[in-house]
Design a protein around this ligand. Sequence first.
Ligand code: MN
Length: 242
Amino acid sequence: MLKLRWGSATDVGRVRQVNEDSLFCSDVLFAVADGMGGHAAGELASGLAVQAMAEFGESGPLDVDGLAAAIEHANQVIVQTGRQQPAYFGLGTTLTGVAVLGVAGAEHWAVFNVGDSRVYRYAEDRLSQLSVDHSAVQELIDAGVLDEDGARHHPQRNVVTRSLGTSPAPQADIDVYQPVLGERLLICSDGLTNELLDAEIAQVLQVETEPEQSAAELVRRANQSGGRDNTTVVVIELTGLD
Ligand code: MN
């Protein structure tokens, strides 16, 4: 069994009126969703996504296929809600997180992503991004016409190329990683990464403190840097491997 401790923080920021991010944390499942769409649709969509994942997390031991099915189910719930309520037309959300699941008899991390929220790993004094954004600027980076710094200021930086709430269902990225004792995983919405450089995120994660405090400090810094979007952060620490 992986021994974990975790903490989370979410904040509306300094510009927006509503927090359209949602999060969920349990022993085996951690998720962040960043909703989009007018008329409270974003809030609704992100809430529905994490709720659907939470129900899946309670249904028993997880595997990769089950995780993919759960994300597809979450998509279906959002699509149906959009069809039933014309006011919510266009609702959608990112969905990003980490599940603990068994692979070949041992527990592993499964990192999942649809959209531009992110998962990072901080281990051995190094921060690495585990998820790949589904965004217009990521496509430009992949094509070699934009660098990370240019991406942060690009007018299309908020355009996601995959999200939940679409038909046919989006392809979710799911990657399995071996746990490393003492490492910290970070799940965050783009409100954090649009305000803080990776080096600044690493600076916070390297301080050995309660995950709850690290999460609060990351959100505080995002707001200090402008807080132009909602910011949501989950920090998970692997404290033991039995
Ligand atoms: Mn956002």
